[in-house]
Design a protein. Structure first.
Length: 481
């Protein structure tokens, strides 16, 4: 039975059908984004493509202050708490975010736009679009959150696919018909996001008798999400500061090259998220049953799978970038290995964070994320000008080492505090796996300029693994206990 057949199968629980549908939708969305990458990297110069990179990086930071990430954080609990008036809650949150957007635009930004434009490296009309896009994308995310919560997956899929197709089409039309191609690329995405969000914003407002304010809803949302701002902000700075600082320190063209390499290195992040979404409910069930030790083998196998997939990305990075982005982005291949290694560390950190979230120990997570983000910014400042934009990839790796280690000790402390044995992970073998992974990753990188040697090494490694598979499996079994 195919995945699409499973969705149509009326005997399956609605939760299973919804989960399958969202997975398919996510894969299609990512595929469309990946397929259109070669088109725009060839239509735009590196400087023009860098404008889009900088815009998206600032957007991810600004949206925290304009929306407090209210489609996340408190949203699911609010859908339970206000079950009989979900549309009213969403409409009120739209109103709250409208106030945030208006305050920022008319009080914070416009009176001092010349100063802010230098900081953001964007013109006034693009900044206005950014604020409006953040507001109406928030409306879309709130609507989608409610649909997902109620397992109405068909509407979510329809809207997601419609916008995923319309955005690159409009961007392409604008790019080939205007001189400011970099900004046209951004506007194509922004216009579709704004139109879709505006329709959903007005629809929700109409369903709630045009009410944008409710004291109880505003108070609940603010009290829940404001304490999480340091976590959200640190996480975003962690992910976006590299490109912003590269743009300021060595140019938007270098930010574009770095952005392409970074995106390729994280191309498997949706696989990580999908695995984690399926793994966490099982793991939490084991924790409730007091059987957390059963997680040792499962978590190790998932880590091994991620390491193998990431090694494939690292090994083939030069060819993938050549095909997807072209010769002018060739230097992006040097960004891929350290950032891909960071993704495995992020998975390790997520293993420990899962325990922290289960016991609602968020304070240590905020400290770990904030510390790692601050380290990342300081290292970027010290290294980018001295060693070039590729140094940012290594500062990212160093910061993720700290992030993973901090969350490991937080996990140990959480386990001790709640009286459970901290033996849910095979730390020794996870460390060995990571060390072997980075050695093989850097070995592959050292062969980037030697195509035949690199693929000969890959073929030899595959042959050895196949021939020695029983011995390898035996070694894993010895250490996993």
């Amino acid at each position: 039975m195919s995945l699409f057949s499973k969705i149509k199968d009326k005997t399956l629980p609605v939760e299973v059908k919804a989960s399958t549908a969202y997975t398919i939708c996510s894969i299609l969305q990512r595929s469309l984004s990946f397929i259109t990458l070669p088109l725009f990297t060839r239509l735009l110069t590196t400087e023009e493509y860098g404008q889009s990179t900088v815009y998206n990086s600032w957007m991810s930071i600004l949206v925290i202050f304009l929306t407090l990430n209210l489609p996340y954080g408190s949203f699911n609990t609010a859908m339970v708490k206000y079950e009989k008036n979900r549309d009213g809650y969403i409409s009120s949150i739209n109103g709250l975010c409208t106030v945030f957007a208006a305050v920022f635009l008319f009080i914070v930004y416009l009176p001092f736009f010349t100063v802010w434009n230098k900081v953001f490296e964007l013109p006034t009309f693009m900044m206005v679009f950014m604020v409006v896009e953040a507001l109406f994308n928030n409306a879309t995310q709130l609507w989608m959150g409610k649909q997902r919560f109620e397992f109405r997956y068909k509407k979510v899929i329809a809207v997601t696919l419609l916008t995923s197709i319309a955005s690159p089409v409009l961007s392409f039309v604008l790019v080939i018909n205007t001189h400011e191609k970099g900004y046209s690329r951004i506007l194509g995405n922004s216009i579709i996001t704004i139109v879709c969000g505006l329709v959903l914003y007005l629809r929700c407002l109409h369903n709630n008798s045009r009410r944008l304010y409710d004291k109880e809803f505003w108070k609940y949302a603010l009290s829940f999400n404001i304490p999480l701002i340091p976590y959200y902000l640190s996480q975003t700075i962690f992910n976006q500061s590299d490109r912003i600082m590269i743009s300021h320190m060595v140019g938007t063209d270098k930010a574009a090259i770095y952005g392409v390499g970074y995106s390729l290195a994280l191309v498997l992040s949706f696989v990580l998220n999908s695995i984690n979404n399926a793994y966490v409910p099982w793991f939490y069930g084991k924790l409730k049953e007091g059987k957390g030790t059963e997680n040792r083998k499962i978590s190790l196998y998932i880590a091994l799978l991620m390491a193998v997939l990431l090694l494939g990305v690292i090994a083939a990075a030069p060819e993938i970038i050549l095909v997807m982005a072209g010769q002018k982005y060739k230097d992006a291949m040097w960004v891929v290995p350290p950032v891909a290694m960071s993704l495995l560390l992020l998975f390790y950190a997520q293993l420990f964070i899962n325990v922290e979230f289960f016991f609602e120990e968020k304070k240590l997570l905020v400290i770990a994320t904030g510390g790692a983000a601050l380290l990342n910014v300081v290292l970027n400042y010290l290294c980018i000008k001295e060693f070039g934009f590729v140094a940012a990839a290594y500062t990212t790796l160093a910061s993720y080492v700290v992030f993973a280690v901090c969350n490991y000790f937080s996990y140990k402390r959480t386990a001790k505090k709640h009286g459970i044995e901290p033996n849910m992970y095979n730390e020794k073998l996870l460390v060995v796996l990571f060390l072997v992974f980075i050695i093989l990753g850097f070995l592959a990188m050292s062969l980037y300029d030697f195509f035949i040697a690199r693929y000969s090494a890959i073929a030899a490694a595959v042959v050895v693994i196949v021939l020695k598979r029983k011995r390898i499996i035996g070694l894993v079994r010895r250490f996993r206990g």
